[in-house]
Each structure stands twice: as C-alpha cells, then as structure tokens.
Write a protein that binds this ligand. Structure first.
Ligand SMILES: Cc1cc2nc3c(=O)[nH]c(=O)nc-3n(C[C@H](O)[C@H](O)[C@H](O)COP(=O)(O)OP(=O)(O)OC[C@H]3O[C@@H](n4cnc5c(N)ncnc54)[C@H](O)[C@@H]3O)c2cc1C
Length: 418
C-alpha cells in the first residue's frame, strides 16, 4: 500500500510535490494556512488589474520548467529588457548612457572577481576595498536595485562569501514578466488536489511510527510529511516539533535569513514618463529607497509604475502610512518630471515582513551561515520529515522555479525513486 503523505503549504513547492505524487498514484493531502493557494505567488486583483505582490518574473525562461507550466496555465509573458532604462540623479538630470554602461561594467567586474571575507558582510567588504564608492549615489543605486533586489537582503546583512549564488539562480534567456497574474500558476497546479485551506499547522509529532500533524482545524496522521512552509515561519517557531528538530537543521534555520523586498504599484490617469523605457532608476542618498521603477504600461493597458523598497529600507516602509509612501515616491518623480507631476489615483503595496505566512520575501545566506546551510534541508529526518521550498535549494534559491524543483526533488525521495 502507498504511504500516506501530507504536504504542508500550498505554495509552488507544495503544489508541485502534491501534483507529482498524484500523477504517481498517491493521494496526498495539502494543508494550507491561508484561504487560498499560491503563497508568495500572490496576485492582488482588488482594483480589477493584476498586481503581483510576490513573484513577477520567470528568471531565465529557456529550459525553465515554469515556462511550459505558465503556458498551460494561460499566463502571458513579456521580455523586460534590463538595459532599456534611464537613471536619474537627485537634480533630475539623467546619467549619460556611457557613464551608466561604464559603471555597470565595473560592477560586474567587481562581482565576478569578488573575494569575500568570512564573518563579514558584502557591504563591509566592498566599502573596505573601495571606500570612495560609499559616497557615490550611482553605486548605492546599483548595489541596491540590482544586488539587494536579487538577493532580497540588505548588503550589510548578506554574506560576503556566499552572495554570488545568484549567478546560478537563473536559467538562460532574458527574464520575462507575467502580465496577467502569477496566481494562475498555483491555480493550475492545484487542480484536482485534495487541499485543506485555512488549516494552519501548529505542531508536528514524529516520535511514533506515524507522524501526527496538529492544525487549527484538527489533527491528521501520515507516514511521511513534506514541510514547505517558508524559512520565516520555521524561524519564528510557529510549528512546534516533537521531538525537536536535529541540531544541524535548527542551526540552518537560525543562521539563514529571510530578507524583505516590498513592492508598490502606482496608477495614474495619464502617462507622464518616457513610455518607451522599461525601467527608470533614481539615485537618492538613502539606499533601497524607491530607486527603481518598472514601467507597467510597457506590457499592459495600465498606466502604472511599480517601485520597490530594498534592504533595510524595506522594513522602514512597513511602518509608513500610504500617504507617507506616496509623498516619498512623488518627491523622487517630481525631481525628475517637475513639481506639477500629479499624485497617483491609486496605490497598492506589500508588507512582506509582517505577512504571518512567510515573515519576509525570500531567503539568503548570512555572515553566520554558509551556502551549505541550504543543503541541510535536503536531508530527510527519520525518513518521515522532508523539506522543500525556495530556502532548500541552494542553486535556485529565492525563485519560483527553485520552489517548484525542490518539491519534485523531495517527492522522489519520499516515494523511493532516488
Ligand atoms: C516580493 C517578492 C518578489 C519575488 N519575485 C520573484 C520573481 O520575480 N521571480 C521568481 O522566480 N521568484 C520571485 N520571488 C520568490 C518566489 O515567489 C518564491 O521563491 C516562491 O514563490 C516560494 O515558494 P514556496 O513554495 O517555497 O513558498 P511559499 O510560496 O511561501 O509557500 C508556502 C506556503 O505555506 C503556507 N504556510 C505558512 N505557514 C503555514 C502553516 N503553519 N501551516 C500551513 N501552511 C502554512 C503559506 O501560506 C504558503 O502558501 C519573489 C518573492 C517575493 C516575496
């Protein structure tokens, strides 16, 4: 008889695992805390448009498993050209294209040859070696809008030894953005599965032959359990394990970190920016502060810009009111387009650090952890507990395809295919 399997979490990793199991003839139960599936692929449709609060892009669509699934799920994609951008300084003047290209090349060169220092953050090491860059607003912008965005971490929290893992996190090809909502992927993967929504797991007892899973809607038992809740949920101890997880697993949970990137969608009646551009950059003194704007009109009918808060500034924004956020963003846009630039008619925003179902955006290695810490999650515990999710796959950490592939990786172990 097939073992009974419970999958905890109905994000992309849990759904990919449950799907694979179902196709292999198993009947897994998925326990999901929220009243909807998808986790960090979440689309706010409250204004009748698709605002992706979490993932937006397929990073490297060539041979990426999400590309085919996206097609099947009816998702529309658009190539966002990274180079199609203009970057403005605080006086509203654009950096010349040659200057931008030259500094970007210098950044790539530095990242290619970067020698980390154990126990030191990326920020500490780069400014130690190149102290003059600290006062350079264009570099502050690049290290934030490019590196902090990819890594989800403040450069002063990111491990200098391990930050380079993002080099491999992509498949090939230019990134494509989903224009009609990433939530379609989870809905597609969830079709036909036995999913118990609004069922938050509070405890897992694996001391007996069968594993007991205690939830806000009663208890379940199974032979094997796949845990796909985000690193932030594991760190907060929301699920009590009995017995405690092995020391190396606990250490990995504590030493890795969950970073935060917040997204802000601003909508206007008319476009006032250069509509042919894909991205606008702005170089304020403060790192991580509304420095990067995605032109949404380029791939949809919506006259909107999406901007971001990176690094520690992402946490700051979570304490700010909507009006404070709009005022800060508008001060940047007014510096570029003039004082009579109108306020947006609507704004949608995220607060990922406060989201109780993830407690952050995506995971990264810290000065206390090596990249090996991600690998600890690949070790099953007593052949009963297994882990999947973006934080368990070092080569594709922090991505949708990583989450998807980690689910399949664990299922193969659970059913004895590897
Ligand atoms: C702002 C942001 C931007 C991003 N941009 C991109 C991008 O452009 N491209 C890309 O590839 N990736 C991106 N990512 C990363 C990507 O979204 C994630 O890596 C991926 O969706 C994670 O999937 P997962 O299954 O590991 O976790 P999740 O999607 O978080 O799924 C875990 C599930 O567990 C549930 N859960 C939590 N606690 C419990 C509990 N106690 N009991 C039961 N269920 C529980 C949650 O509700 C959730 O549904 C982004 C993420 C964020 C936040």
């Amino acid at each position: 008889m097939n073992p009974e399997i419970i999958v905890i979490g109905g994000g992309i990793s849990g759904l990919s695992a449950a799907n694979y199991l179902k196709e292999a003839g198993f009947n897994p139960i998925v326990l999901e805390a929220q009243p909807k599936v998808g986790g960090r692929t979440s689309t706010d449709r409250s204004l009748g448009i698709a605002f992706d609060e979490g993932a937006s892009w397929i990073h490297g669509p060539v041979n990426n498993p999400i590309t085919l699934l996206a097609k099947k799920a009816g998702m529309e994609t658009f190539v966002t050209e990274d180079d199609n951008q203009k970057v403005y300084d605080i006086d509203g003047l654009a950096y010349p294209d040659e200057k931008l290209e030259q500094e970007e090349n210098a950044l790539h060169e530095i990242l290619e040859n970067f020698k980390g220092d154990k126990g030191k953050s990326f920020g500490e090491v780069i400014y130690q070696e190149y102290p003059h860059l600290r006062q350079d607003r264009l570099w502050t912008f690049m290290l934030s809008a490019y590196l902090e965005f990819d890594e989800g971490s403040d450069i002063f929290k990111l491990a200098s030894m391990n930050f380079q893992h993002d080099k491999a996190f992509k498949f090939d090809g230019e990134d494509v953005i989903i224009s009609n909502g990433y939530d379609k992927l989870a809905k597609y993967l969830a079709t036909g599965l036995d999913i118990h929504l609004s069922t938050q797991v509070k405890g897992i007892d694996y001391s007996e032959k069968k594993v007991s899973v205690h939830t806000t809607s009663g208890s379940y038992t199974a032979d094997k359990v796949l845990i796909t809740v985000p690193l932030g949920v594991l760190k907060k101890g929301i699920i009590k394990f009995s017995p405690d997880l092995p020391p190396q697993t606990q250490k990995a949970i504590h030493s890795l970190e969950m970073g935060t990137v917040n997204k802000f969608l601003l909508i206007w009646d008319e476009v006032f920016w250069e509509n042919e551009l894909q991205y606008l950059g702005f170089t304020p003194e403060e790192k991580g502060k509304f420095n990067y704007f995605l032109n949404v009109k380029k791939f949809s009918e919506i006259r909107a810009l999406m901007t971001f808060a990176f690094g520690d500034y992402a946490y700051t924004t979570e304490q700010m009111t909507d009006q404070e956020i709009i005022d800060e963003i508008m001060s940047h846009l007014k510096a570029i387009y003039g004082d009579d630039t109108p306020d947006p008619t609507h704004m949608l925003r995220t607060r990922w650090k406060q989201n109780p179902y993830s407690l952050g955006s995506y995971s990264h290695a810290t000065v206390d952890s090596g990249i090996e810490a991600f690998k600890i999650f690949e070790e099953p515990i007593d052949n009963k507990l297994f882990f999947a999710g973006e934080h368990t796959i070092s080569e594709f950490v922090a991505t949708v395809h990583g989450a998807y592939l980690s689910g399949i990786r664990e299922v193969k172990k659970m059913i004895g295919m590897v």
